[in-house]
Design a protein around this ligand. Structure first.
Ligand SMILES: [Zn+2]
Length: 378
């Protein structure tokens, strides 16, 4: 059985180990070492990456107690290999995972919630079995960050069975053998197989982001340490841009965006009223020379096209099409009496048309030029 170096020292990132097995498998090799600091995927946390003798470790999995390092090249059995973790990835995982333990411990103590689902990949999510409000999560966040400022010790250990029975800890399972406890002094005690930072100060900021109702509880998104800093950077850039665009202070951007949305709604209404007036005026002054006509008017949406075509038809009868330029041709609405169906069937045959309709009106889009449409209507 491989010795789990990550169990004893979470900060060990360079080590030597003997290759005890190397077998070809799907698109690569499965390597077993006599000892390893590579954490295999488990407990919701993704596996470590790095190199063994310069060969990339693409994944690490534990199966039936055996730890397999999946590599893209073979290694020589019996040789001692130089191993190195992708420390940035590991440390980022530890910051998030330790931060999650603190939040889960606090939420458990304050609100009696149990952590019933944990995932740490590109994002970190935690599922709690009871609903929580933003206010409750804010309080948990405040206390979690206090735990970071206090820089308390985090230790992992295997207590003896008889002691374990008496202990009150989170994730207490049926398992009574080889239970590894992770203790965050004064904040949490939880069964966990993953490596953690040594003191809470290493975690950095703990930020609870979005949450939503999920299976009778809530799913919460949390970012810690370098992830939280990167997230802050992205959000800061956004707020800075918005504040410059709207010429308001950064803390006033939401209120300014709100005003802008109101203004936008008002302007849309105004524009719609003006377009209707324009359509009415144009329809009123319309005096057709022919029974069938096509009118071209840019900037009309499908409803306005329908309104326009309908107004023209009501005034003059015949077949009245209105066209407005769109991405690959024209949007249109055509109104007519009994002869419309035959006319539209021919129109669809002649051009690439998407759309249809009934009760004397058809609408859609057509890939054709103005003159092609004009000619057909003639
Ligand atoms: Zn854990």
């Amino acid at each position: 059985m491989t010795e789990k170096l990550y169990d004893a020292d979470s900060h060990l990132c360079e080590f030597t180990a003997r290759v005890t097995e190397c077998k070809e498998c799907d698109g690569g090799y499965a390597v077993i070492l006599d000892r390893t600091a590579f954490f295999p995927e488990g407990g919701g946390q993704e596996s470590d990456r790095g190199v063994i003798d310069g060969v990339s470790v693409l994944d690490v999995q534990i199966k039936d107690g055996e730890i397999y390092h999946y590599t893209n090249a073979p290694l020589t059995v019996g040789e001692t290999a130089e191993c190195k973790l992708d420390w940035e990835r590991r440390f980022r995982n530890m910051q998030n995972h330790s931060g999650e333990h603190i939040v889960s411990g606090i939420v458990h103590r304050l609100y009696g919630c149990n952590n019933v689902g944990f995932h740490l990949g590109a994002e970190m999510t935690v599922d709690f079995d009871r609903e929580l409000t933003r206010k409750q999560l804010d309080e948990a966040e405040r206390l979690a960050n206090r735990a970071v400022y206090e820089n308390v010790r985090i230790k992992a250990y295997y207590p003896p069975e008889d002691e374990l029975e008496k202990l009150d800890y989170r994730s207490k399972l049926e398992l009574t053998e080889n239970v590894r406890l992770v203790e965050i002094e004064g904040y949490d005690l939880c069964a966990c197989c993953a490596p953690h930072v040594k003191r809470t100060g290493e975690i950095g900021i703990i930020k609870i982001l979005d949450f939503f109702r999920n299976k009778g509880g809530v799913r919460v998104f949390i970012k810690c340490g370098s992830d939280a800093l990167a997230d802050y950077g992205v959000k800061y850039d956004n707020v800075l841009k918005i504040s410059n665009l709207l010429s308001v202070k950064q803390q006033d951007t939401a209120a300014a965006a709100d005003r802008l949305a109101d203004e936008n709604r008002f302007l849309k209404q105004e524009l719609s009223t003006l377009k209707k007036r324009l359509i009415n005026a144009k329809s009123e002054s319309f005096s057709p020379e022919r029974e069938i006509t096509a009118v071209f008017e840019d900037g009309l949406d499908i409803k306005e096209l329908q309104l326009f075509a309908d107004a023209l038809y009501k005034k003059c009868g015949g077949i009245r099409g209105v066209f407005s330029g769109c991405e690959n041709g024209y949007s249109f609405a055509i109104c007519g009496g009994e002869q419309l169906d035959g006319f539209f069937a021919g129109f669809k045959k002649k051009f690439a048309v998407k759309g249809g309709g009934r009760n004397g009106m058809v609408q859609g889009t057509v890939a054709a030029t103005e003159s092609e449409i004009e000619n057909y209507f003639k």
